[in-house]
Design a protein around this ligand. Structure first.
Ligand SMILES: [Zn+2]
Length: 377
């Protein structure tokens, strides 16, 4: 038996007035996802434990059976895993625009190219040997601290847009002092380098995580395909092979053929392949309702349909679920249950795949950490 997990990021949504109180999934023409639900068994699952932010890191770790309450150390360290960086502490380090208040957490969408140069110059001007900046994508960079410190609370810059930054600076202890010193220093240095950002904002920091290896927990050799570094970090942390696919955009115009080809190929070499795609989440963040319905239909046809067509379905078990809902009306993630469907096990009465229909599935509503057992047993 081979195992396939399909994760269309942010696909779940709410009932929408303009759709006659239906959800985008209910309205979209998606015969292949409906096939998985109809021939398989369904339920709903809580992928965000209480008290955690509805992020893709939390949701995907939970789906893959990792108890984030025990193992999660922050977003910075997971992105560091993706880049092969190791240090005592790693923070996400946004390039931001701020005065008294946080004006732009995304540093004017600074280009990747310019960000690399900014990070290079920050490193050449830095005052401490034990810190190192790493360029990632655009405003999303990393700060590694190669020295022991007691950890400190920080705030994501996108959560304090328009708010007074003085109220959200780290407090108490040596690390807080260091971070504030770096922020102050960046205010002097950055204006000489770029006009997009005038300050760094470290957040989401922590020690490198020690996730349990997926293979040790479940006895399967797994691989992952994804378009984002966050998932690459998760794959590396869990000991899953990360498969590079050419031409991925993280958007609706991504290389679907490449994803399908690599999925089918790696299902031969691995017991389990996880396919995480970003496009539907992106249109949801844009608040584009028609775009979301279309993105769901494209996903259904070009990923799910093509994989079903080209697989030996008697030898394949499939788990389909979004990691979290990204309601178009809200344009951000919410910590609510998502629908899931498992093909290749005894079927239930559910005929279509949606937030509403899956509630009647045989699994009912389950905790995220139980999902792998439902899928693999
Ligand atoms: Zn998102």
């Amino acid at each position: 038996m081979k195992y396939l997990i399909l994760i269309p990021d942010g696909m779940a949504d709410w009932r929408i007035e303009r759709l006659g109180k239906k959800t985008p999934l209910e309205v979209a023409d998606k015969p292949n996802m409906d096939f998985i639900a109809k021939e398989g068994a369904c339920g709903k699952v809580n992928t965000i434990p209480n008290g955690f932010e509805a992020g893709s890191d939390i949701a995907n770790l939970t789906i893959l059976g990792v108890d984030v309450r025990r193992y999660y150390t922050g977003r910075g360290p997971i992105e560091a895993l993706a880049k092969g960086i190791s240090a005592e502490l790693v923070f996400r380090c946004n390039l931001v625009k701020a005065k008294e208040i946080m004006l732009d957490y995304a540093g004017g969408r600074i280009s990747d190219y310019e960000a690399v140069e900014v990070i290079r110059q920050l490193n050449s001007k830095k005052k401490f040997d034990f810190i190192e900046f790493y360029a990632s994508k655009s405003y999303r960079n990393l700060l590694a601290i190669k020295k022991e410190f007691k950890e400190v609370k920080t705030f994501p810059p996108h959560d304090i847009q328009g708010k007074k930054i003085s109220e959200y600076l780290p407090r108490n202890g040596e690390l807080a002092k260091l971070l504030i010193e770096l922020i102050e220093w960046s205010k002097m240095v950055l204006p000489e380098i770029t006009n997009k950002a005038n300050m760094i904002w470290p957040w989401g920091g922590g020690r490198m995580p020690k996730f349990p290896k997926f293979g040790d927990t479940y006895g399967l050799k797994g691989a992952m395909i994804s378009e984002v570094d966050l998932l690459k970090g998760i794959a590396r942390g869990l000991g899953l092979e990360f498969i590079e696919v050419e031409g991925l955009t993280g958007y609706v115009d991504t290389n679907y053929k490449g994803i399908v080809r690599h999925t089918l190929k790696n299902l031969k070499n691995f017991d389990l392949v996880i396919v995480h795609t970003e496009g539907i989440d992106e249109v949801s963040h844009e608040g584009d309702l028609e775009g979301k319905i279309e993105a769901i239909e494209i996903y259904d046809e070009r990923i799910v349909g093509k994989i079903l067509d080209k697989s030996d379905l008697s030898e394949l078990r499939i788990l389909l679920l979004p990691d979290h809902p990204t309601p178009v009306e809200l344009r951000t993630h919410v910590a609510e249950n998502v629908p899931f469907a498992i093909y290749g096990i005894e079927r239930d009465e559910v005929k279509t795949f949606s937030e509403i229909s899956c509630l009647k599935g045989k699994f009912g509503i389950i905790d995220g950490l139980k999902l792998m057992d439902c899928f693999l047993r």
